[in-house]
Write a protein that binds this ligand. Structure first.
Ligand code: ADP
Length: 232
């Protein structure tokens, strides 16, 4: 069995803006191996979100193919693509997108219950994840009662609640002060390593990027290797 958990092959994405066409992805190729962590580092507007949304089956590419766990996604029905996304992909956004009227624990339980776990099972696993991310003591609180760093740790717990094959994160600490971002990232890194997850993480933060196995960027619509310059 191949160890490639995510593969983008010859992916195209072009957006029409008035009379112009914005070519964001032009035959982009990318592979993520099992257990590998990769940072996607590129300036704002380069197409990081576009790439992550396509990789996470949230957006269909204009051309090319996305394979998740070796299975092509382009010919799937909408229902099958949604099922693949729910089962295999965890997504963390810059803003937490937690449901405001539910507690931290309930937010993490939700995707597991949708996947068929009992409330008891889901609650146990959710508490474990929140404990692991050092936010377990806040499990009964609603998102508005949590700090930004705590909210993001809950969002991370939710994203991995169904043990996805791939974790995709779009500037997950971009909204936090540098110290909090560091803590959240340490927690995320430990979780990824402990669970053998594969992760593609867009970040502006070169310190964070340098903790990953490798870095890539977007250039002329293609995914290319990127070397972090050591801080002066
Ligand atoms: P990044 O995440 O690197 O900041 P994005 O992927 O969000 O970049 O966007 C890349 C470019 O594509 C931006 O110029 C953005 O305005 C444009 N873009 C993104 N999505 C759409 C869309 N659905 N329609 C038109 N233009 C879009």
């Amino acid at each position: 069995m191949s160890d490639t958990v995510l593969r983008l092959e010859n992916v195209e994405q072009h957006y029409e803006q008035g009379d112009n066409v914005l070519s964001i992805l032009r035959g982009a190729d990318f592979s993520l191996q099992k257990g590998e962590t990769v940072a996607l580092v590129a300036p704002s507007g380069a197409g990081k979100s576009t790439l992550l949304h396509i990789a996470g089956l949230l957006e269909k590419p204009g051309g090319g193919e996305v394979y998740v766990g070796g299975q092509a996604s382009s010919n799937l029905s909408d229902d099958a693509r949604t099922a693949m996304r729910r089962e295999e992909i965890g997504f963390v956004y810059q803003f937490h997108h937690l449901l405001p009227e539910f507690s931290a624990l309930e937010n993490v339980m939700m995707p597991q219950m949708i996947a068929g776990l009992s409330a008891n099972e889901a609650s146990g696993r959710s508490q474990q994840l929140l404990d692991y991310l050092k936010v377990g003591h806040r499990s009964s609180h609603r998102p508005a009662e949590l700090s930004g760093g705590e909210q993001q740790r809950v969002a991370i717990a939710r994203s991995v609640a169904n043990a996805p094959l791939v974790l995709l994160a779009d500037e997950p600490t971009g909204n936090l002060d540098p110290e909090t971002a560091g803590y959240v990232f340490e927690a995320l890194g430990a979780l990824v390593r402990q669970s053998g997850l594969s992760a593609l993480i867009a970040t502006h933060n070169h310190n964070i990027a340098s903790m990953m196995d490798r870095c890539v960027t977007l250039r002329d619509g293609q995914v290319v290797d990127f070397k972090i310059q050591p801080a002066a």
